[in-house]
Design a protein around this ligand. Sequence first.
Ligand SMILES: Cc1ncc(C[n+]2csc(CCOP(=O)(O)OP(=O)(O)O)c2C)c(N)n1
Ligand SMILES: [Mg+2]
Length: 1036
Amino acid sequence: MFHLRTCATKLRPLTASQTIKTVSQHRPATPRTFQPIRCYSAPVAAEPFLSGTSSNYVEEMYYAWLENPKSVHKSWDIFFRNANAGAAPGTAYQSPPPLSASLSALTHAQALVQAQPNVDKLVEDHLAVQSLVRAYQIRGHHVAQLDPLGILDADLDSSVPADIITSADKLDLAVFKERLRVLTVGGFYGLDESDLDKVFHLPTTTFIGGNESALPLREIIRRLEMAYCQHIGVEFMFINDLEQCQWIRQKFETPGIMQFTSEEKRTLLARLVRSTRFEEFLHRKWSSEKRFGLEGCEVLIPALKTIIDKSSEKGVDYVIMGMPHRGRLNVLANVIRKELEQIFCQFDSKLEAADEGSGDVKYHLGMYHRRINRVTDRNITLSLVANPSHLEAVDPVVQGKTKAEQFYCGDIEGKKVMSILLHGDAAFAGQGIVYETFHLSDLPSYTTHGTVHVVVNNQIGFTTDPRMARSSPYPTDVARVVNAPIFHVNADDPEAVVYVCNVAAEWRSTFHKDVVVDLVCYRRNGHNEMDEPMFTQPLMYKQIRKQKPVLQKYAELLISQGVVNQPEYEEEIAKYDKICEEAHARSKDEKILHIKHWLDSPWPGFFTLDGQPRSMTCPSTGLSEEDLTHIGSVASSVPVEDFTIHGGLSRILKTRGEMVKTRTVDWALAEYMAFGSLLKEGIHVRLSGQDVERGTFSHRHHILHDQNVDKRTCIPMNHLWPNQASYTVCNSSLSEYGVLGFELGFAMASPNSLVLWEAQFGDFHNTAQCIIDQFICPGQAKWVRQNGIVLLLPHGMEGMGPEHSSARPERFLQMCNDDPDVLPKLEDFSDVRQLYDCNWIVVNCSTPANFFHVLRRQILLPFRKPLIIFTPKSLLRHPEARSGFDEMLSGTHFQRVIPEAGAAAQDPMGVRRVLFCTGKVYYDLTRERKARHMEAEVAITRVEQLSPFPFDLLQQEAEKYPNAELAWCQEEHKNQGYYDYVKPRLRTTINRAKPVWYAGRDPAAAPATGNKKTHVTELQRLLDTAFNLDAYKALA
Ligand SMILES: Cc1ncc(C[n+]2csc(CCOP(=O)(O)OP(=O)(O)O)c2C)c(N)n1
Ligand SMILES: [Mg+2]
């Protein structure tokens, strides 16, 4: 902790602005250590009462006195003068004169040099006042009047903290006095009522004095109440940074700091008019339509606009937002400024959809809009990211997109691009993804340099009371883990809201850290407009029925202040109503609904003007021999001077070098070739996930660590070519949901990057299932938004037990949209067209070369699709799982199917069985076939691309062996793996002419056995079935 009492300059009483400057100037760059400098003069130091806490206090007084004798209380002045003049210890002190004392009383006090001092009481009183100030700073928010309804406690606790002198009802003087009596006379602080008019020196950790350095206690309490117990509750004292705490104190404690000009008040009123009348308009026109209206939190619109205005003023020109259902249409209309007719026509149930895919309901769609910010006159781009119903799931996606936009425009400090995340109170407290997202906020490869979070805290979740929905006092407590300040504010006080939002935006631009604005409001209607809230919240809703809308309250206030008059106010309303009516009339001209008008991330230049791919072909994904050799040589070297790597790594690099010499690659090298070549073509590559830098299986080693210099690293991939794109490889936090969401968002920003997320083991993807189910699988269908994210999912039955074995291929395959029963027209079949039509690509490569090709194809395709790759574990080091350069040279392609090429293929008529398989089991099958000398009788065909299903190639393969039985072989259990997906498609391929048999493990609940021996027995049994040519006789 930065310590205040380190030198005299820091003890000088400061004005508000001075303090901020001084503290930040004196903040040491190196680790902050406290060096007690005890330099006050000997006579003072020798005073008997200078011990423990009081000595610190006296020391502070002494330095303040040295700076300016008038800055301390008169009694201290006398004491220090006496002490400095050489008074003996114990004789320098004079008891302080009463505050109302006349000059003669003071003179009298000075004369009593020898009188017995009451020093302890004086010191204790000052310490008590210091504690009191601190109590308000820490706990004042607990008594702030945050609930507009006045019936609930925002912190779910109706008690008043024991160390705060206040009353719940400020007008009730009797309650106030009683509380003061309990806390003072013999109570907490040892002050008594007569102390209220005594003047106390203010510590430098408060700004309530304004230009005064001392105030009467009564005034101190009043000002603390003004700062901390009105309509704003500030939670910040957990922040471990003095500069930041001082900054916040200054923003909320400085007397009179919350001032608004008439112009600002009128703007605020106009924004409230828009927000309120928009909902009213929708209600009038479509009273029975769900819209999740904002009524009860109309102030959200001015709040967001304030954050955007202030951020724009500070240099931000791109704001990316994520938000749930509540008030979304209002935000689209009045913050993003989507054309109203586009919103209104969404309510027309008869309009046909223009785009392919499912589309989505209006309160989930995204938006992208560039316009001039009228307040700052600067260009601003606003993007609202489309989201599923799953609350908070969009949070990491927004962060990933924001990071990417920052990356592409070189905004390394987040000065130009920022994110705003909106939350509901129940979801913010309940959803774990909020926590995961917060934990990304300060990580170098994931930070967006501060997010402004805004909580629409209507104190209810659907029908659930907050007391049943969370265990924390506030719904926002999760933000405390990252030291984000939290500003609770009563949403019925629009000026307090706007003030807080300004501070939040300034905080973000000053410290580049997260901040939370908690709009404590209410929900005027049910959860949606059809719901009856009185079933479950009768008392709350009785109160809500009586509650005057905020617009009306604020208009009355401004009229009473003479800022606007009634006709002006009515005119503002009429003006906006007219805008809505006209837009409504225009919306009737819309004949067709275009989801693509709701795109949150357009990719200019990538598609044709009407949004189509520029071609339906894919060039060769091979590389020149020189490029392969060059990448291979960098991958096997240390491209910087004087860099000592680990001996074990030297051996790995040496092996890589030898492979390059023999023109072969293993898995790691194939990946290197794919990434390195894309970087040359200007494609940014980003690989993220747990321990990906080294690789869970210690095969990758993309970051080299100097063994002699701490934190000195080298990324050879960034030393490949002179003008290459940059490569990011980053170990993530231990999160799947958050990190996969983040990478999906990163991939959303541009088609010109290869973004990969690797699960530590494939089965861990299920903690990110929401991102897979709601975004990756159906994203394009719902939001016409393409995404080329790649999931690397280590998969394979290797005797490691039920966990770590299966990446659950069956789940991904079950969600593929290709029809199992319809054979595509094979005359004009196009594999690229098939890829274009699918929702995602699922592959399981059996060779490094194919892995290399599929990664490159991902970028060389003229469109983007998510790619799911089941990646190997033991195959990473399998001596046969190698590929030659020849398989990767220019002209070569990804092989969707790798047909049998051995003896069986030479004499197809003699083949008795074709085993179709995918992935690692191929190597078990070939080994077994060889051992049984069955190469001529059994053909083994590898399906490398499972989805979209290679009907065309498999038909050729099946037809090639007319006398053979067909079987699907997998190492996974029968109810898992690929069987259920492949079987009907294979049957369709052969026109159901033959059965498709099964060779694999029996159905099971767990993905794999925990017993090594059982594992081996199971494997042998499936191999026996695969090569027993009589196995299916009885079944035929
Ligand atoms: C992950 C998830 N679980 C459940 C729901 C169903 N649901 C929709 S809204 C809602 C209540 C949300 O309350 P809150 O976050 O306070 O937002 P409010 O509707 O009050 O604005 C629930 C439970 C959901 N949409 N997402
Ligand atoms: Mg709520």
